[in-house]
Write a protein that binds this ligand. Structure first.
Ligand code: SF4
Length: 434
């Protein structure tokens, strides 16, 4: 792969009179093509007589967006300035979760969560926190060095912020935590999380107190669904938080609701210590095995996730799966069919409450975070266009093809299960929810 400096020098020699903005666009396009195809700059944009900016840009857009160049509006091609900062590169050295600094808010000092943190991490430096001073490492990659135990005051219960124009599924969220110790290359927290620390609330009961008086939309499901996995993995810190010990009995006593733990972890000991509950669904985010290995760093393998799912199902919970994000890489159909078949062979199908499918989509801002933290990623090599809701998405025809292949396949394997498409235009897939 050519370096950015090599591509830049090639462009300077080829088109010496380019202004800053024009060069910025061509450099971005050549960088992305070179990264994806590993072809030399001279093969990407060969010298030709009378080559100018407009001609060069057209050649590069055609190569970068072969599926959509002819049909997509020009505004859909997002070409931000290439700004690489090696200091932001993710640290993929395996390490246990052991924070160096633990801040405990004054009002949470006597909480059971604070006591467990003191017991589990005796080598950490503990500080009382007033809830105002900015804490954290100042670098997203070092967020797990700082743990903050606090008392949540405002953000207890809210509907899932499904973007405007998408087909909603009536989901509700209690945000029990912010931050994660896994390193999925596509994770939106890389761009979204300002406080570079792991935040865990000590006052779970205050969240639960809001639920009995709330009015819920059940969407297309038989009961309203509530989950806790928006800004963190629902179970990854459960050994420490033991939230499951409060959540499971609470929801077991409210069979008119369903609660979902959404995870990639195998931290199920807390769940297994409880008797299961029919209305508590433990769902795993799953993917093609090789995508998990290459892209979801530090997470358990597909087989390990499915072993945990089978154990949780035996304990009396229902289970769910989220194929999200689906990435149509070369050979993806076979790879995702194999993952679906592995699930069907590993868990009791009648216990699978729901399966969702969502193709990779992300905010514009995330693109720069991913290319800085994971410069060798392959996920950004796909053809992404700025879409109806301001997100970057694959071309609509590709999304439709993917959903129309994979959703019916899942429905055939899991005939008793609700299979649905997540965060998409209502018409993208006639097969969702049917
Ligand atoms: S498991 Fe979820 S929250 Fe954690 S890094 Fe991966 S995508 Fe982000």
């Amino acid at each position: 792969m050519a370096s950015i400096e090599e591509i830049s020098a090639y462009l300077d020699a080829l088109l010496p009179a380019l202004g800053v903005n024009k060069k910025r666009e061509l450099l971005r396009l050549m960088y992305e093509i070179n990264k994806r195809d590993k072809t030399a700059p001279a093969a990407i944009l060969p010298a030709e007589k009378n080559l100018n900016f407009e001609r060069a840009k057209k050649i590069l857009l055609q190569k970068r967006y072969p599926l959509s160049f002819a049909s997509a509006p020009k505004s859909a091609f997002y070409l931000p300035k290439l700004e690489m900062n090696p200091a932001q590169r993710a640290d993929l050295t395996p390490r246990p979760f052991y924070p160096k600094h633990i801040y405990i808010e004054t009002s949470a000092q006597d909480s059971p969560l604070a006591a467990r943190a003191r017991q589990m991490f005796p080598q950490a430096e503990f500080k009382e926190w007033d809830g105002k001073e900015m804490v954290g490492s100042g670098n997203f990659s070092r967020r797990t060095e700082t743990l903050v135990i606090h008392r949540e005051k405002y953000d207890f219960l809210k509907p899932c912020p499904c973007s405007a124009g998408n087909a909603g599924c009536g989901y509700n969220l209690i945000n029990l935590g912010f931050g994660c110790r896994f390193e999925c290359e596509y994770c939106f927290l890389q761009q979204y999380q300002n406080l570079h620390a792991i935040l865990l609330p000590a006052n779970v009961q205050d969240f639960l107190d809001r639920i009995d008086s709330a009015k819920f939309n059940k969407g297309p499901f038989d009961r309203p669904r509530i989950g806790s996995g928006e800004f963190t993995d629902s179970l990854v810190f459960d050994d420490l938080t033991q939230y499951s010990a409060q959540l499971v009995p609470f929801f077991r006593a409210r069979p008119q609701l369903q609660f979902e733990f959404k995870t990639k972890s195998v931290c199920i000991d807390g769940l297994l210590r409880q008797n299961g509950a029919e209305n508590v669904v433990v769902s795993w985010s799953v993917n093609a095995a090789r995508f998990i290995e290459s892209t979801e760093h530090f997470t358990p393998s597909l087989s390990q996730r499915l072993e945990a799912a089978a154990a949780v199902a035996r304990a009396g919970y229902r289970i769910g799966f989220h194929f999200d994000p689906v990435v149509p890489f070369a050979g993806w159909k076979e790879a995702y069919a194999a993952a679906a078949a592995q699930i069907a062979a590993s868990v009791p199908k009648e216990k699978v409450a729901w399966i969702s499918v969502g193709l990779l989509r992300f905010s514009r801002e995330l693109k720069k975070a991913v290319e800085n933290r994971f410069p060798d990623n392959t996920i950004l090599d796909g053809e992404f266009l700025l879409e109806f809701d301001g997100k970057m998405r694959y071309p609509e025809a590709l999304r439709k093809e993917a959903y129309e292949y994979f959703v019916p396949l899942l429905k055939e394997l899991f005939p008793q299960t609700t299979v649905y498409v997540c965060m998409e235009k209502p018409h993208i897939c006639s097969c969702s929810f049917g």
